[in-house]
Design a protein around this ligand. Structure first.
Ligand code: TRP
Length: 328
């Protein structure tokens, strides 16, 4: 039997090339090797109340990017977290075997509590318990995540282990699988590419928008004049060429070092590369966007398939914890 992969992502709306290189591409590849379950975690999004007015729109836009990139209901289960409410029941049950001290030590909790002191809600403390419930509800073996999620995964293993030791072997201990891509920096070359930094290129951007954005990108700050030799190793534009102009990257590197190519031309090449590599994805996205009914059907079908698995696990958990499991 194939091992199961589970991963979740918060509904952040239209995805950018950082999301694509860092996560989505990897999700797509894993579909051929594993039994994959991919979830848009809208309940987790409620812990920060950032964009809740746009939750539906953001979920839909993100799903369009997932489908356009090649995630497909023919290979994977694709669904929205709140459509399978069993996860909230499991969250409550797992909260009984999770010492509060474990949760208060989690670095992301401490950071969020610092960032939103006016809203240190109960759900925020339970965030990793809900994430554990996501994973173990489907008895997932492997969880592809970025490095920032490793403490959460560690906690998920501890909770699974504790449940197993208290109530008998039930859950596999989920292993993290780091994506192999290095961090994708934003156009300003400082932070990672992210929604909150306004330094990103959306997958759905038009070729013209892409070109305009890429032309604003910061290059090697030491290269002030066209005749100055460049340092590709510190240049963010260069690092993006590795993904979008893989065949030309070696030439670009030597031309930059020899000042044979200037930053403006280098950025034009990058924009062309992005537009070429994403053409198919963008065409597919437009086709899916024209079929909102189809997208809704994919999500409804995904929820049904996910729920069938969830019900079995939840009944097993209730039984083991000594509850009289209702007929569901
Ligand atoms: N916490 C993850 C993030 O912010 C999202 C997430 C929720 C998740 N549940 C998950 C990731 C389960 C992997 C598995 O990126």
């Amino acid at each position: 039997m194939k091992k199961r992969v589970f991963s979740g992502a918060r509904p952040t709306g239209r995805q950018h090339i950082g999301n694509y290189l860092g996560a989505i591409q990897n999700y797509v590849k894993l579909q051929d090797e594993y039994d994959c379950v991919y979830c848009i975690v809208d309940i987790h999004a409620l812990t920060t109340l950032e964009d809740t007015g746009r939750l539906q729109e953001n979920t839909y836009e993100m799903m369009l990017d997932w489908l356009a990139a090649g995630l497909t209901p023919e290979k994977s289960i694709l669904f929205v977290q709140s459509h399978v409410p069993e996860v909230m029941v499991l969250h409550t049950l797992l909260s009984m075997v999770t010492p509060l001290g474990w949760l208060l030590r989690v670095p992301t909790f401490k950071e969020k509590a610092r960032m939103q002191p006016q809203n240190v809600n109960y759900g925020l403390v339970g965030y990793p318990v809900l994430m554990t419930a996501d994973i173990v509800l489907y008895k997932a073996d492997v969880v592809p995540v970025g490095e920032d999620q490793l403490p959460h995964l560690e906690l998920a293993r501890e909770i699974a282990r504790r449940f197993n030791s208290l109530f008998g072997q039930t859950f596999p201990e989920p292993q993290s699988k780091l994506t192999t891509f290095p961090m994708v920096r934003g156009l300003n070359g400082v932070q990672k590419m992210g929604k909150s930094y306004d330094n990103y290129v959306e997958l759905a951007a038009t070729p013209e928008e892409t070109r305009k954005l890429v032309m604003t990108a910061v290059t090697d700050p030491a290269r002030q004049y066209r005749t100055d030799p460049g340092h590709p190793e510190v240049c963010n534009v260069y690092s993006l060429h590795q993904f979008f102009n893989p065949n030309r990257v070696a030439g670009i590197e030597s031309e930059c070092r020899a000042a044979a190519i200037g930053c403006v031309d280098c950025k034009k090449l990058l924009a062309e590369g992005i537009n070429r590599e994403l053409k198919e994805l963008r065409d597919k996205r437009a086709a899916f966007a024209a079929k909102p009914k189809y997208v809704a059907e994919v999500l409804a079908d995904g929820a049904k398939r996910a729920q069938a698995i969830a019900k079995v696990t939840l009944a097993e958990v209730e039984e083991k914890m000594g509850l009289i499991a209702p007929k569901r």
